[in-house]
Design a protein around this ligand. Structure first.
Ligand SMILES: Nc1ncnc2c1ncn2[C@@H]1O[C@H](COP(=O)(O)OP(=O)(O)OP(=O)(O)O)[C@@H](O)[C@H]1O
Length: 353
């Protein structure tokens, strides 16, 4: 069997906390601890979880936009974390990122042409007429026209801006794109267009996505596999269809059940998500989810469960096999809000076909 495109092994990223005049290190934010997964070419692995669980940190660290605390990330067998600065610059051609706000970090005085040309020039991939051709090509792939190239970011709508962000990410023909909440700032109908565009581009180019999102409807639509994170660790990982049909970790069940439901229907989520997530500076001992888990037992307060095979899933729960089955209306039949969002996505897909 071929090696996976991306293999993340025990990735850890802790941020030092400094206090006082001397800025002494007094603790650490344990943003990501020991996460491992693989990603094949052309596949989409979604990372989901509540705000602050470490999704963005995981994505940014894999691309080494920030230095890891530990672990390895092998892209086509080469450890990204072991590359010299020059090797890393060259490797960036293979791995790109799409942000929620693609222009947040860019110079507003750059035209779209300059935005897209930058990575191509940086990697010495094109100049002169070839550069212009490549810019036109990726604009067209992202559903934009050549004349958009002379415009400035502020002249675009949110959806078009994201298309420019996608065109820039595609320019160097990367094998891996980390998409960090790429549609969460957009209107629902625009979200559908962008999600479908990402799927079409994947079919066309074979690019793999790490897709970071807190939006289960979008994840269900786009992901091949899903990793659920809680306080910096993966607590469940499964094929997307499997995870939504039969979530096994109590936290995953809570996330799915927490999607809004009308009170009038009398449907009450079986595993309401109660309480706040603990601080990433001091995760609870044992299973970090135990203070919020309705099924917690003594062992959960002291022993941290490892991610282990349970059926076709990987689940970090001591009692995954003995939890009561999830009621049908919570498991298979998603909330009306979620169902509506899925319909919009499917409809946009049909229209585009
Ligand atoms: N540069 C940093 N310095 C210190 N702590 C950080 C830094 N970046 C992130 N964190 C902390 O790391 C934890 C994980 O944050 P992260 O942004 O990765 O989570 P997230 O799941 O992507 O959340 P969101 O969806 O809100 O972006 C949080 O506790 C956050 O406050």
């Amino acid at each position: 069997m071929n090696a996976p495109l991306l293999s993340v092994e025990k990735l850890t990223k802790h941020f030092p906390v400094r206090r006082g005049l001397l800025r002494r290190v007094t603790g650490a934010v344990q943003a990501v601890t020991d996460i491992s997964f693989t990603l094949e070419a052309g596949e989409t692995l979604a990372i989901v979880g509540e705000s602050g669980c470490g999704k963005s940190t995981a994505g940014r660290t894999i691309l080494r936009l920030q230095e890891p605390t530990g672990g390895r990330a092998l892209l086509n067998g080469r450890d990204i974390f072991a590359l010299s600065p020059a090797e890393l610059r060259a490797a960036r051609r293979e791995m790109q990122m799409i942000f929620q706000d693609p222009f947040g970090s860019l110079n507003p005085r750059m035209t779209v042409r300059e935005v897209i040309a930058e990575p191509l020039r940086l990697h010495g991939m094109a100049s002169g007429a070839a550069l212009d051709r490549r810019i036109d090509e990726v604009l067209s792939m992202a559903g934009l026209s050549s004349w958009h190239a002379g415009r400035y970011p502020h002249e675009f709508s949110g959806g078009q801006r994201q298309r420019v962000g996608i065109a820039r990410a595609l320019a160097t023909n990367p094998r891996l794109i980390v998409c960090d909440e790429p549609v969460s700032a957009l209107d629902v109908s625009i979200q559908a267009q962008i999600v479908n565009l990402l799927q079409d581009l994947q079919a066309e180019t074979g690019v793999a996505y790490v897709f970071i999102s807190h939006d289960l409807a979008v994840v269900r639509h786009i992901a091949t596999r899903v990793a659920v994170m809680y306080l910096g660790r993966i607590v469940e990982m499964a094929e997307a269809s499997q995870l939504f049909a039969d979530p096994r970790h109590p936290y995953t069940r809570s996330l799915i059940a927490a999607a809004p439901r009308p009170v009038a229907s009398g449907r009450v989520p079986q595993v309401p998500l109660k309480g706040e997530t603990a601080s990433a500076m001091a995760p609870p001992p044992g299973c970090a989810f135990h203070p919020r888990c309705p099924f917690a037992q003594d062992r959960c307060r002291t022993d941290r469960p490892e991610l282990r095979p349970v059926g076709d899933d990987l689940v970090a729960c001591h009692f995954a096999e003995s939890l009561p089955p999830m009621p049908k209306e919570t498991a298979g039949d998603e909330s009306p809000a979620l169902a509506r969002r899925l319909q919009v996505l499917a409809h946009a897909r049909k229209e585009a076909a």
